[in-house]
Write a protein that binds this ligand. Structure first.
Ligand code: NAD
Ligand code: ZN
Ligand code: ZN
Length: 352
């Protein structure tokens, strides 16, 4: 099988940090010896893409930058050393575009911690373009009968919350509070938790997110914008009033990161996943000690987490809502995202 590959393509390009991307034509990249070229059909829009555009984090971003790291598409070309990815195969580009697979982190399946990792839509161009390059050993393999549109958000949001749930240590029958439950990661977290037999207390704001999270299977919803005491409300929503066994922090504000250790159950685990700009953790040392609380970070997932997260999806266990928009509409999506107005995920269609 061979594909006609154009020399030029449409892309959304961030040219200046803090300014919206520019929709323009750029050259199509060429895969290196161990890389593949993927015709991206759909890409999810993650809040991380907005952080990258705004220069929110203490990690230098490539400029000019094609963002995006939830890209699903078809392999149209491959380098001479690529053996395990076929032309015509359906694959996904995720946050970890390349890792060395030889360092002490990679050897222990912690490739997101690889010091030589390349990051899609951050240190290398990502998926807000029609053709993107990725290292063949790091692409996600997608079964042919799975919708590329629907699976795109799994490639970051799904993998990340699935990994976060595993890192939380929560087991079937236990309860997890999902903070930011109405957003892209949050909606996925409710579905993965449900599939893993874990109950969810959803925390977010507004009627749409209340309805949406309850419809996805959350056992209760707490509106942080109207609650007089979020800590008391979360505790009261847990089965025995002692607090949830774990907390997944997906919000893009600092305050909930300070609150979580106050309502997590003694011996519970607080998992930090959202990364608000210039934010710090603060928790009472006395209560962290005497309640034996664990506070940890969780960062995307490795290749095994990726395969498992896609397998949950392929088995029909994960149904999170998404809206489709044209790639040309990306700046509008960022505005809605900045205003916390998106329920679930936006997926962009790169052909428009
Ligand atoms: P999103 O904008 O879709 O969702 C964020 C949600 O948080 C919104 O629904 C918003 O209403 C809600 N929220 C805001 N303030 C809140 C508060 N005080 N309490 C409860 N909810 C609140 O964003 P997303 O794409 O789901 O990403 C969320 C965060 O996760 C971002 O910071 C992103 O960069 C980060 N992220 C981290 C990883 C990782 O590996 N750790 C991976 C992907 C994304
Ligand atoms: Zn992401
Ligand atoms: Zn490595």
């Amino acid at each position: 099988m061979s594909y006609q590959i154009p020399t030029e393509q449409w892309a959304q390009v961030v040219e200046t940090t803090g300014k919206p991307p520019v929709y323009k034509k750029i050259p199509v990249g060429k895969p290196g010896l161990d890389e593949v070229l993927i015709n991206i059909k759909y890409s999810g829009v993650c809040h991380t893409d907005l952080h990258a555009m705004m220069g929110d984090w203490p990690l230098e971003v490539k400029l000019p930058l094609v963002g995006g790291h939830e890209g699903a598409g078809i392999v149209v070309a491959r380098g001479d050393l690529v053996k395990d990815v076929e032309i015509g195969e359906h694959v996904g580009i995720k946050w970890i575009n390349e890792s060395c697979l030889a360092c002490s982190f990679c050897r222990q399946m912690d490739e997101p911690l690889c010091p030589r990792a390349k990051i899609s839509g951050y240190t290398v161009d990502g998926t807000f373009q029609q053709y993107a390059v990725a290292n063949a050993r790091n692409v996600a393999h997608i079964p042919k009968d799975v919708s590329l549109k629907a699976v795109a958000p799994v490639l970051c949001a799904g993998i990340t919350v699935y990994k976060g749930l595993k890192e939380s240590g929560a087991r079937a029958g236990q309860t997890v509070a999902v903070v930011g439950a109405g957003g892209g990661l949050g909606n996925m977290a409710i579905q993965y938790a449900k599939a893993m037999g874990i109950q969810v207390i959803a925390i977010d704001a507004g009627e749409d997110k209340r309805k949406g999270t309850l419809a996805l299977g959350a056992m209760s919803f707490i509106d942080f914008s109207t609650s007089k005491d979020v800590v008391a409300d979360v505790k009261a929503a847990s089965p025995d009033g002692e607090g949830p066994d774990a907390v997944l922090l997906l919000a893009v504000q600092e305050k909930p990161f300070q609150q979580a250790s106050e309502y997590v159950r003694p011996r519970g685990t607080v998992v930090c996943i959202g990364m608000p700009a210039n934010a710090y953790l603060k928790a009472s040392i006395f209560h962290t000690v005497t309640r034996m609380i664990c506070i940890r970070g969780s960062y995307v997932g490795n290749r095994q987490d990726t395969a498992e997260a896609i397998d949950f999806f392929a088995r029909g266990l994960i149904k999170a809502p998404y809206k489709v928009a044209a790639l040309s509409e990306l700046p509008k999506i960022y505005e809605l995202m900045h205003a916390n107005e998106i329920v679930g995920r936006y997926v962009v269609d790169t052909s428009k």
